[in-house]
Design a protein around this ligand. Structure first.
Ligand SMILES: Nc1nc2c(ncn2[C@@H]2O[C@H](COP(=O)(O)OP(=O)(O)OP(=O)(O)O)[C@@H](O)[C@H]2O)c(=O)[nH]1
Ligand SMILES: [Mg+2]
Length: 413
């Protein structure tokens, strides 16, 4: 009997720590509520923009709409109708387009947005910490309306990151020129922006794929990169990257951004992981000579210090003057796997041009030196030839100094 009572006591004693566990579970939620109040709105404009945002929303289904809100804006009601339910739809320019799209004409897209500028103002009136605007350029709505959306957003000093895809080159030079013009207009109104040429799709797969599938490949890769960034923003880390850090990277004007996520099995192949990180297959540039870099390393608890140090060293080697922010997240689900998310910004476009110019000048200088060397050589060769000529003349003269009969004898010999 006494034994039984003792056992009961034991059971009760055992139950106590359980309560503590519950308390611990509640703590991260409180932390979450305190630290992660960041609110982000992702707006896709036009058909392609809507598709990309739709892809991203599927990947981030576990986030509440208070944290990340997804919106698809279009002049085409049919295109809006087929998107997933967790995306809010925003139709505009209905009077002009009758809900049928802008018919590949960017001036129609522009007018359609201007028609509803008040409605667009409202879209940006909810004080989010960051607005991510996604648009596929080359058609009517995305190309024409996105600049109007961005101008409206910039009037209230909101933080904006623009993500644009460029049309395939087979779609024609005219479309490409219109797309590039639209970007240079939009840059002015953005804190940071990314440009992805659809042409890059050819590097994503060697197999033959349908046109739609190929677009989905790029959409999916881009959505994974954005997912990496947004999860980093919200997940508490051992060394935590928070909103203030990301803000530091995006802040400023007209910053070209580089975003990528790379994963690797194990810590043996770190060079491979770094290579993947440097080369985002859907971008034309990397983070070389960037001004600001944020990177987050995610892995199991026993990830080695050496691995972290190597990744960090390689990143700073590429951009020795950059301000670097580093985060570390422990993910118990990741066994023997490392995932690195990187976001960088900087006036790298300008710098790239400056570096290219420097290289060109260096090459030109080299050529000049080569040319000078050639001239010098020719001069030396000429001098040597002259010397030889003089020696020969001297030799000949010596022969004439020999008396004729001896000269003749010499010849006979
Ligand atoms: N990456 C990517 N590009 C797309 C996608 N859909 C279209 N594009 C590209 O984006 C360009 C513009 O197409 P849409 O986005 O459909 O055009 P829109 O902005 O809706 O314009 P209108 O249909 O003329 O009103 C095309 O020329 C394609 O190069 C997509 O899902 N993903
Ligand atoms: Mg369309």
């Amino acid at each position: 009997m006494k034994k039984k009572i003792k056992e009961k006591k034991k059971v009760i004693k055992k139950e106590k720590p359980k309560k503590k566990v519950v308390l611990k579970k509640e703590k991260p939620q409180n932390e979450d509520a305190l630290v992660k109040k960041v609110k982000i709105k992702v707006i896709g404009i036009g058909g392609g923009g809507g598709n990309i945002v739709s892809e991203l929303s599927k990947k981030l289904k576990d986030f509440s709409s208070q944290k990340i809100e997804f919106v698809a804006a279009n002049t085409d009601n049919q295109a809006l109708g087929v998107l997933s339910k967790n995306i809010k739809t925003f139709s505009f320019g209905q009077k002009l387009t009758r809900g049928l799209g802008a018919g590949r004409d960017f001036s129609v897209g522009e007018k359609a947005a201007k028609e509803d500028v008040e409605k667009i103002k409202n879209l940006f009136s909810d004080n989010k910490d960051l607005y991510i605007i996604v648009s596929s350029l080359g058609g009517g709505t995305g190309t024409g309306a996105t600049p109007v959306f961005l101008k409206t957003a910039s009037q209230t000093n909101l933080m904006t990151l623009g993500i644009f895809t460029l049309p395939f080159s087979f779609e024609g030079k005219k479309k490409m020129d219109i797309a590039l013009n639209s970007i240079s207009e939009m840059k002015e109104h953005l804190n940071a922006y990314m440009v992805l040429p659809n042409e890059k799709i050819f590097g994503l797969t060697k197999e033959e794929v349908s046109f739609t599938d190929s677009l989905n490949l790029l959409n999916n890769y881009l959505a994974s990169c954005l997912e990496g960034l947004l999860r980093t923003t919200y997940s508490p880390g051992i060394i935590n990257i928070d909103w203030a850090d990301i803000k530091t990277i995006i802040e400023g004007k007209k910053n070209r951004a580089y975003l990528n996520v790379a994963r690797n099995k194990g810590e043996q192949n770190l060079e491979e992981l770094i290579k993947k990180l440097i080369k985002n297959p859907i971008l034309d540039y990397n983070f070389e000579n960037a001004d600001n870099i944020m990177f987050n390393v995610e892995g199991s608890k026993d990830m080695s210090l050496q691995s972290l140090s190597l990744i960090s060293e390689k990143i700073s080697e590429m951009s020795p003057n950059a301000r670097i922010i580093f985060g570390l997240t422990n993910n118990p689900k990741m066994k023997n796997e490392i995932k690195v998310t990187i976001l960088s910004t900087g006036s790298s476009e300008k710098k790239e041009k400056a570096i290219k110019n420097k290289k060109k000048k260096r090459e030109e200088k080299k050529e000049e030196v080569k040319e000078e060397e050639k001239i010098r050589r020719t001069a030396i060769e000429a001098k040597e030839a002259q010397k030889k000529e003089a020696e020969k003349e001297e030799e000949d003269e010596k022969i004439f100094e020999i008396p004729t009969f001896l000269r003749k004898q010499k010849k006979i010999k």
